[in-house]
Design a protein around this ligand. Structure first.
Ligand code: MEV
Length: 319
């Protein structure tokens, strides 16, 4: 089977959709895909959690829950591109909660593509994955996406994401070994609501204000890269707080996210912010090792789900 990690944004979410840079790291919450061949011409997608979808290998008779439609179309696109002729079953299971801001969709699409590449011997290089996944990522995010998380899920570690012309380019930066505490607010928010609906509505009404916020987020992201390279975790924390305030001003946070962030900071975190689409999902805090437990305990009291995991971990894996 193949697995891919979820992701956290240290800086730049949303702004990155509009051509600004971002810093994303992988987190050791993984999506797993397992392929087994079939004798007939059926493709079965079995999601532990979302149910079963199916189609014929020629793309006919697609059927299954709405949530799996885009994943089945993704599998279909690979089948067509590589002339796969016999049926198979793919089982997917994810430790990355859906709608949590840890890019569960990217982790699932990346794990599926890697598993199909390995088991069906498609001969793809990982560098080709971005272009294959991106159109589906865009669909999942409501018609707009940066594709940042694809780099992180595929290659792992810390990435600096920046547009070069129309193309998103991910470059690995220093891999920071630093304690984090992640807390899922349990408020589910599909990224397509903030990316595809809220932010475009802000841009229609307040174009200059949003542009100014993107400028400020870009400056923070650049400073963050320098701080990561220096290993200056106090500065990183400060910049996370500033980035969160700007996302708040764009009405992308949520009362429960702010509640958790305040508690983490009170308990000694060096910085804390939401991550990803917002309107719910997770927040994360960075801290000195000796404060990690205290912060986790403070977050448990908010009744969110505290997730202890490592960051900057390996990307795709053949398990
Ligand atoms: C969502 O995980 C991250 C956003 O920046 C959207 C994107 O980059 O496609 C909000």
């Amino acid at each position: 089977m193949a697995s891919a990690p979820g992701n956290l944004f240290f800086a730049g979410e949303h702004a990155v959709v509009y051509g600004r840079p971002a810093i994303v790291t992988s987190i050791d919450r993984r999506a797993v895909a397992r392929l087994s061949p079939r004798e007939d011409d059926m493709v079965i997608l079995n999601s532990v959690g979302l149910g079963i979808a199916e189609m014929r290998i020629n793309g006919e008779n697609k059927n299954g829950p709405k949530e799996l439609e885009v994943i089945l179309d993704f599998i279909d696109s690979i089948v067509v591109k590589h002339n796969v002729e016999t049926g198979f079953e793919i089982t997917i299971e994810s430790q990355v909660p859906i709608g949590s801001g840890m890019s569960s969709s990217t982790a699932v699409l990346s794990a599926i593509l890697h598993e199909m590449n390995l088991r069906l011997e498609l001969g793809l290089d990982k560098k080709e994955y971005f272009d294959m996944i991106f159109p589906f990522q865009e669909r999942i995010h409501g018609g707009k996406a940066s594709g940042s998380e694809i780099y992180s899920s595929v290659f792992g570690g810390f990435h600096w994401l920046e547009k070069s012309g129309d193309v998103m380019v991910g470059r690995k930066i220093k891999n920071l070994k630093i304690p984090v505490v992640v807390c899922d607010t349990r408020v589910k928010a599909p990224t397509k609501l903030t990316v595809g609906y809220h932010v475009p509505s802000l841009i229609d009404r307040y174009p200059q204000l949003v542009e100014k916020a993107w400028d400020e987020i870009e400056a923070i992201t650049k400073e963050m890269k320098a701080a990561i390279e220096k290993g200056d975790i106090e500065k990183i924390g400060e910049l996370m707080n500033e980035n969160h305030k700007l996302l708040q001003s764009l009405k992308l946070s949520h009362p429960k996210l702010d509640d958790c962030i305040e508690e983490a900071l009170k308990a000694g975190a060096l910085g804390a912010k939401m991550s990803g689409g917002g309107w719910g999902g997770i927040m994360f805090a960075i801290c000195y090792p000796e404060d990690q437990e205290k912060i986790a305990n403070a977050l448990k009291k908010t009744r969110g789900e505290v997730i202890t995991s490592n960051i900057g971990v390996e990307g795709l894996r053949d398990d």
